[in-house]
Write a protein of this length. Structure first.
Length: 212
């Protein structure tokens, strides 16, 4: 099995992490949360010699979806997101784009995912884990063979995502983290939507919001 590599760019007005997960041998790539600045994303792809295969979206807030449409158009690749997040994608008030000075072009999702569904990307299994709390349909993507989790705005390094936006719930986000993410192996590397990388082990030990 080919080794996966992960790099990222920090994009947009609220410094969102956009990840590039790619096979070391073929350079086939999955883009996670193309947040903004599509020209920077395209330049990174070209400089690294990557071949995008798909876009994974952790949730529908404006700062995670701004470059989806141009990147999809450029590379003709499908977009995946949680079925439970349909309303967030479709409502400018819920996805906060209206508060940022006007509505954005509607984001088209090609494949709506259910909690617990398994898909295959980069010749590896991807487990789709619904983690409501930051939004109703926030979804984390777990690559078990690589030991990688993309946690969006659910789990941060020793913190959690905000729950004061429409559809947010502190009770739900804590439940999502404890019951769905902390059951993963300690060694899993966590790549969050903002800030620094962490691990399941570190968060089980030191996250003040999620430690019982």
């Amino acid at each position: 099995m080919s080794r996966l590599c992960c790099q990222f760019q920090v994009l947009g007005p609220v410094q969102t992490n956009c990840y590039f997960l790619y096979r070391e041998d073929t350079k086939e790539c999955v883009i996670v949360d193309p947040a903004d600045e599509p020209e920077r994303i395209q330049r990174f792809v070209e400089e690294k010699g990557l071949t995008p295969q798909a876009i994974l979206v952790t949730h529908g807030h404006f700062d995670h979806i701004g470059a989806i449409n141009p990147i999809r158009g450029q590379y003709k690749i499908p977009v995946y997101a949680a079925e439970a997040e349909k309303e967030t994608f479709g409502d400018d008030r819920i996805n906060l784009s209206a508060q940022m000075g006007g509505s954005r072009e509607k984001t088209k999702i090609d494949h709506w995912l259910k909690d617990g569904q398994t898909i295959t990307l980069l010749d590896q299994e991807v487990r789709c884990i619904l983690t409501p709390g930051h939004t109703v349909g926030g979804m984390c993507y777990y690559f078990p063979a690589a030991g990688i989790l993309f946690s969006g705005d659910t789990l941060f390094q020793e913190s959690v995502g905000r729950t004061d936006f429409p559809g947010g719930s502190m009770q739900q986000i804590i439940h999502s983290i404890r019951e769905k993410l902390f059951v993963l192996p300690d060694a899993v590397q966590v790549y969050p939507g903002h800030g620094l990388m962490t691990s399941i082990k570190n968060e089980k030990m030191f996250n003040p919001f999620a430690v019982e």
